[in-house]
Design a protein around this ligand. Structure first.
Ligand code: SAM
Ligand code: SF4
Length: 334
């Protein structure tokens, strides 16, 4: 039994931030092609032999959990296109120290998977939804069906996943006439709503940038229709929340561009090929797959994770260097 003084310390980065959250990308593939995320015709996907297996993912996440990581989000690409996701969910929720397993999804396949995910221990779910108009939705997502997504959301609600958070990227000239409608939709269904600023990521960066909106504009518009006061959301992450008067609806504003929140960053990202990305907006990374396949021991793996954390940069520089990141969002899971 280790004495308290010998207990391994948590993961603290060079800027004193405690890392407690891993975003786990389970595939770089997707059944949608949101124009701001994945360029049309993009085919440069990772080879299946380079995907971390469920055993490898479990090993890495066990090592992270042993270092104090308590929250995991399964993302992608579209995580539900990875086969047997509920099996992985079950393995991750069983890890000692993991208190919260969530999923980010476009919900196209959610209707058939919501119940199994809930039974596997997934507690909550984030769903991307940028428009409530079928044609526009198909246009933004490269052919997605709005009705299928709504069916997925209703199945998630029925399966007891809570909270269900809707993520809407605010896009000037595309969905900027739908913010009030989306608030009303979330009020009706008791979903949480979060607006996100478009980030200039990867080859699609130019497209995302040309529709960028400062969320201060969204807030100003909503204030004309709703009584908004400061709100809170447990585990709210980087969003700043406002509550709609007379309801339980919290609206989050995620502002990586206009007001970055790097000083409170608590996360790292593991991509499907086993690359650990230390920041969404920088190239700092550490390759874990070769070490896993060379038979690294568990104690060595934890030491390696600590070493990798020393590479975490202080902040992104999307504003200063918008063209710098060459990888696309679906590789690192947003
Ligand atoms: N496919 C899942 C989904 O859409 O929720 C999970 C992966 S997706 C990359 C995660 C989040 O990143 C989504 O909410 C999406 O809207 C967001 N995202 C993708 N590209 C973005 C960009 N250029 N700027 C801001 N958010 C972006
Ligand atoms: Fe796919 Fe999500 Fe990217 Fe849209 S945002 S293309 S759903 S990974």
């Amino acid at each position: 039994m280790p004495k308290p003084a010998d207990k391994p310390q948590g993961l603290i980065d060079p800027f004193g931030r405690h890392i407690s959250y891993v975003r786990l990308s389970l595939t770089d593939k997707c059944n949608f092609r949101c124009f701001y995320c994945m360029p049309k015709g993009f085919r440069d996907f990772e080879e299946p032999e380079n995907w971390l297996t469920f055993d490898e993912i479990e090993r890495v996440m066990r090592a992270f959990a042993g270092l104090g990581v308590s929250r995991i989000r399964m993302t992608g690409g579209e995580p539900l296109v990875r086969k047997n996701l509920p099996e992985l969910a079950q393995r991750l929720t069983a890890l000692p120290g993991v208190q919260d397993l969530s999923v980010s999804t476009n919900a196209a396949l959610l209707e058939n998977h919501a119940q199994a995910l809930a039974e596997a221990g997934v507690s909550r779910i984030n769903v991307s939804l940028d428009s409530l108009r079928s044609e526009r939705f198909a246009d933004i997502t490269g052919g997605g069906s709005l009705q299928t997504v709504i069916n997925g959301l209703l199945a998630a609600k029925k399966a007891g996943l809570r909270p269900i958070k809707i993520n809407m990227v605010a896009l000037q000239g595309i969905n900027d006439d739908e913010f009030v409608d989306m608030v009303n939709f979330c009020l009706q269904h008791e979903f949480t709503l979060r607006f996100i600023e478009a980030m200039p990521v990867g080859v699609s960066g130019r497209d995302a940038s040309s529709h960028y909106m400062d969320l201060a504009q969204v807030r100003t518009e909503l204030e004309q229709h709703f009584d908004l006061s400061p709100g809170v959301m447990p585990g709210g992450g980087p969003a700043r929340y406002l509550r709609v008067g007379g309801s339980d609806l919290n609206i989050g504003f995620i502002t990586p561009i206009s007001q970055h929140f790097c000083e409170t960053c608590n996360r790292v990202r593991l991509s499907v090929d086993g690359t650990l990305y230390l920041c969404l907006g920088q190239e700092n990374r550490f390759e874990l797959r070769p070490l896993l396949r060379q038979g690294i021991r568990d104690d060595e793996l934890q030491a390696v994770l600590r070493k990798a954390l020393a590479l975490k940069p202080e902040r992104h520089d999307f504003n200063e260097n918008p063209e710098r990141i060459v990888r696309i969002m679906s590789m690192t899971g947003g």
